[in-house]
Design a protein around this ligand. Structure first.
Ligand code: ARG
Length: 463
């Protein structure tokens, strides 16, 4: 970083340069250099439009265009000296452009302000990040889908309150996450469509007296249209909040599966084996294989939601339009975006590599009286019993099995008829977990036949 006396961009009325502490608190170049590409794209679109409108000469516009490409390549190859005296990416780029092309560089900022510039750059950055996130979500969905397809008929316990509830299928459980991630993707897609209006040309806050063409710059930058209110355009950060909201909910979903992996990979459960590639060892306990990636994913929601909260707090008290507070939008958003991408990638790796321990899953599904509901349903269906009475009778049978230290299929017919005389041996057909899951063919139910239909639907959708 170099030092300057009074700022060359805005220092006309200043006799002295800023205090070092002032410079430190004011500068954003340490982080907003991540928007260099977007800044240069925005400037190129702006310069081309100014030329087309006769506000810049073609020669000046051409010099600016060439110069900006040089600046971009300097930045991308790491040959650019960023200066905190020049505060931010916008002024760093423009100042370097001046060194390269001279006077025309000073004309680039005609009919523009850093306020519409930063809003445009940040929107372009967030939009790119939304696209990358959508791709990463899809990759994870495909990983869950492959697991669902492989294990469409593997039986496992389904839980409520983390207590064995009813048998379900592995495929069904995996598809639950495909659904959640589908909603996540739609949230990012909605946010993307909503934010896709160009702030460029709103200038400082009031628009400009120059005859600019906002449709042209909007189109050049891939926006659907220019934003319709210049005050709103420079003071809006909803797009970043939409992104952080969607990211928070997505991270929450990842955290829930991460928690399941931590439980499932424990010695007490042994539902899954995580691959060596996504586990770590202990420096003192040689037997250990720890699910660190899952634990870290479980924790990522904290900082992502923190970013969401932080930006809400930054924005909530700001009068229109731009205030410097808004510079605090970027670090939070960058950090959340990076960590969501990392969490999605790590989870995709873990899900792809994990091995379900089928025998353990089935054994766990068969214990804990998991087919008690099947028994109650059998009493309703076969003996025409009201469900509440069937629930009561089943409760008595469960109690009997518990006293005998066995599971429901291990009771004798005499045990059953001792509780209710009309029960027949056919009841044993519904007490096995395979039959139990196969019978749940209602739409969206856990039966392997239903799971296979949903797998096919998602395959189609993600193709
Ligand atoms: N670095 C500033 C930001 O990130 C750019 C906008 C500055 N605008 C201004 N009027 N000082 O928000």
């Amino acid at each position: 970083m170099t030092d300057a006396k009074s700022n060359t961009m805005w220092g006309g009325r200043f006799a002295a340069g800023p205090d070092a502490i002032m410079e430190a608190i004011n500068a954003s170049i340490g982080f907003d250099q991540r928007m260099a590409r977007q800044d240069i794209e925005g400037s190129r679109a702006h310069a081309a439009m100014l030329a087309a409108q006769g506000i810049l000469t073609d020669n000046d516009a051409e010099a600016i265009r060439e110069g900006l490409l040089t600046v971009l390549s300097e930045i991308e190859t790491g040959n650019f000296a960023f200066s905190s005296a020049l505060e931010d990416i916008h002024m760093n780029v423009e100042s370097r452009l001046k060194e390269i092309v001279g006077e025309p560089a000073g004309r680039l900022h005609t009919a523009r302000s850093r306020n519409d510039q930063v809003a445009t750059d940040f929107k372009l950055w967030v939009r790119d990040q939304m696209d990358a996130t959508l791709d990463a979500i899809k990759a994870l969905q495909l990983a869950f889908l492959a697991q669902a397809e492989a294990g469409a008929d593997w039986v496992m316990p389904g839980f409520t309150h983390l207590q064995t509830a009813q048998p379900v299928t592995w495929g069904h459980h995996m598809l639950a996450y495909v659904e959640m991630l589908g909603r996540d993707a739609s949230r990012f897609a909605d946010a993307r469509a909503r934010m896709n209006e160009s702030p460029l040309g709103a200038a400082a806050l009031a628009g400009t007296s120059f005859n600019i063409d906002r449709d042209a710059t909007a189109q050049a930058l891939g926006f659907d249209r220019p934003s319709a209110n210049s005050l709103d355009a420079v003071s809006d950060r909803d797009f970043a909040l939409d992104f952080l909201n969607a990211a928070s909910i997505c991270a929450m979903h990842l955290s829930r599966f991460a928690e399941e992996l931590v439980i499932w990979s424990s010695a007490q459960f042994r539902f899954v084996t995580l691959s060596d590639r996504f586990s770590t060892g202990s420096s003192i306990m040689p037997q250990k294989k720890n699910p660190d990636a899952a634990e870290l994913i479980r924790a990522k929601i904290a900082r992502i939601y923190g970013a969401n909260t932080a930006l809400m707090m930054v924005m909530k008290g700001l009068p229109l339009t731009y205030s410097k507070d808004m510079q605090e939008d970027k670090e939070q958003t960058f950090d959340a975006a990076d960590n969501l991408m990392l969490a999605l990638a790590a989870m995709t790796g873990m899900v792809t590599d994990m091995t379900a321990n089928q025998p353990n899953l089935e054994q766990a599904a068969s214990s804990g009286f998991s087919t008690a509901t099947d028994l109650a349903d059998w009493l309703v269906r076969t003996l025409d019993m009201p469900f509440r009475e069937a629930h009561h009778v089943t409760g008595a049978i469960v109690k009997l099995a518990e006293d005998k230290g066995c599971d429901l299929p291990e009771l004798s017919l005499a045990d059953m008829t001792g509780v209710h005389a009309k029960i027949t041996k056919d009841v044993f057909d519904v007490l096995g977990v395979q039959n139990s899951v196969a019978s749940r063919t209602s739409y969206g139910g856990t039966a392997p036949s239903e799971v296979r239909k949903q797998v096919a639907r998602w395959k189609d959708k993600l193709a």
